[in-house]
Design a protein around this ligand. Structure first.
Ligand code: PPS
Ligand code: ADP
Length: 375
């Protein structure tokens, strides 16, 4: 049976490496949310829906996500965390390599083998850099999925009078990249390290019950970032998003998933362009937070802040009178009362806004962001 599966950008690079001949085309992929068994053919397509490759005659191992770790407030059904199918098989291209963009810049199976090459990690130096004298051969440029950065790197290599060989990368380890480059491109590869500018895009997701303090803290956070951080900051507040981006959506499981997916999509776009997105929906389910992290980490870094103000405090504040209505049965499926809130099992930061002031909460988030920047 043909089973379709959507690949993230990182997985797409893994597939491209297999198609270029790495490990004789053998591929091991972790795929979520697909129903697949031994012997099926998995048809791999990118996020735009374009078929890229297939893995035929696969073996599958199903891995259950650790649902036991999650504590739930409120009644009702939470969506299952997507099970992971670990699929192993041989990849075959359905389209030529380089389908994504700049086809001419891609590594092509077997055509790029040279006796000696240099893998430039970090920023490609200018044509006058004396490092070029010490490193003979073609220059291997790692494609991290940003086609504008890739084009700049190739231009810099060619300006230095070298041939640029493009290699999709799967890892941040220079040793591993060098091993792959040697296997695919050259008999001998030396690594030339230059400082890499950190990918600067960030998404901060504040998740918590209605009335926990997400909006108050995120507005203050955005103000402080505007004063202190050169990056542009975008606020995607739950309430405001629902008036525009998610207008017409309600609070069913399906609508909440869609709402948070849209926020994650916009947040990832902001991060991709080097900005900071501060998002403050309730985001009550672990599955949606896991998906948002996965999407954002393709391009930047993700900080999950659980605003853990207890339900009793939120209910006592009842700023909008919604808890009283929910208790009276006038609002169905209200988070924490008649609809679940899954406490994040592994947040990057937990802030109980019944004991931490908004200013202190922002200080803690800024400190966590600085730590991310330094990593
Ligand atoms: N049934 C139900 N459950 C929870 N919340 C409800 C509901 N109906 C309306 N509201 C109001 O909508 C705000 C939550 O919207 P979100 O987009 O953040 O929710 S979600 O992430 O899609 O679950 C939330 O706003 P905040 O108080 O700012 O969190 C509520 O005021
Ligand atoms: N330490 C605190 N942090 C954030 N909000 C607080 C804090 N102490 C009291 N509040 C009040 O709690 C309410 C939280 O509402 P809001 O920020 O809209 O929460 P949410 O966006 O999570 O629904 C506001 O009225 C706010 O003034």
């Amino acid at each position: 049976m043909d089973v379709p599966a959507t690949l993230s950008a990182a997985q797409l690079r893994q597939v491209e490496l297999a198609l270029a001949g790495l490990d004789e085309g053998q591929l091991r992929l972790e795929l979520t949310g697909i129903d697949v068994t031994d012997g099926d053919t998995v048809v791999l397509h990118d996020e735009e829906g374009t078929d890229v490759a297939e893995i035929a005659e696969i073996t599958v191992e199903h891995v259950d996500p650790p649902r036991d770790e999650i504590t739930q407030l409120g009644s009702g059904q939470a969506p299952p965390l997507p099970t992971i199918a670990v699929v192993t098989g041989t990849a075959t291209a359905r389209r030529p390599l380089g389908h994504r963009d700049r086809a001419d810049l891609r590594v092509v199976r077997g055509s790029a083998r040279t006796p000696h090459a240099v893998l430039v990690t970090g920023t490609v130096p200018g044509p006058d850099d004396e490092g070029w004298q010490q490193h003979p051969g073609d220059a291997i440029v790692l494609d991290r999925g940003d086609s504008a950065a890739l084009a700049r790197a190739v231009t810099a290599v060619e300006a230095a009078g070298r041939r640029a060989v493009i290699l999709p990368h799967t890892t941040d380890s220079d040793d591993e990249n060098a091993r792959i480059a040697t296997q695919l491109v050259a008999d001998d590869v030396s690594v030339w390290q230059t400082p890499a500018p950190a990918s600067s895009g960030r998404v901060v997701l504040l998740t918590g019950l209605s009335g926990s303090g997400k909006s108050t803290i995120s507005k203050l956070l955005v103000q402080r970032l505007a004063e202190t951080d050169p990056r542009t900051t975008t606020l995607l507040d739950g309430d405001e998003v629902r008036q525009i981006l998610s207008k017409g959506l309600g609070f069913s499981l399906h609508d909440r998933m869609l709402n948070v997916q849209r926020i994650g999509w916009v947040g990832a776009l902001v991060a991709r362009h080097g900005g900071i997105a501060v998002c403050a929906p309730i985001a009550p389910f672990e599955a949606m937070r896991v998906e948002m992290r996965r999407r954002v980490e393709e391009f930047g870094r993700f900080l999950l802040v659980h605003v853990s103000t207890p339900l009793e405090v939120c209910e006592e504040r009842d700023r909008k009178g919604l808890y009283a209505k929910a208790r009276a049965g006038e609002i169905p499926a209200f988070t924490g009362i008649s609809d679940p809130y899954e406490i994040p099992p592994r947040p990057d930061l937990t802030i109980d806004a019944s004991v931490v002031s908004p200013d202190d909460a922002v200080d803690r988030i800024l400190a966590a962001l600085s730590e991310l920047d330094a990593r």
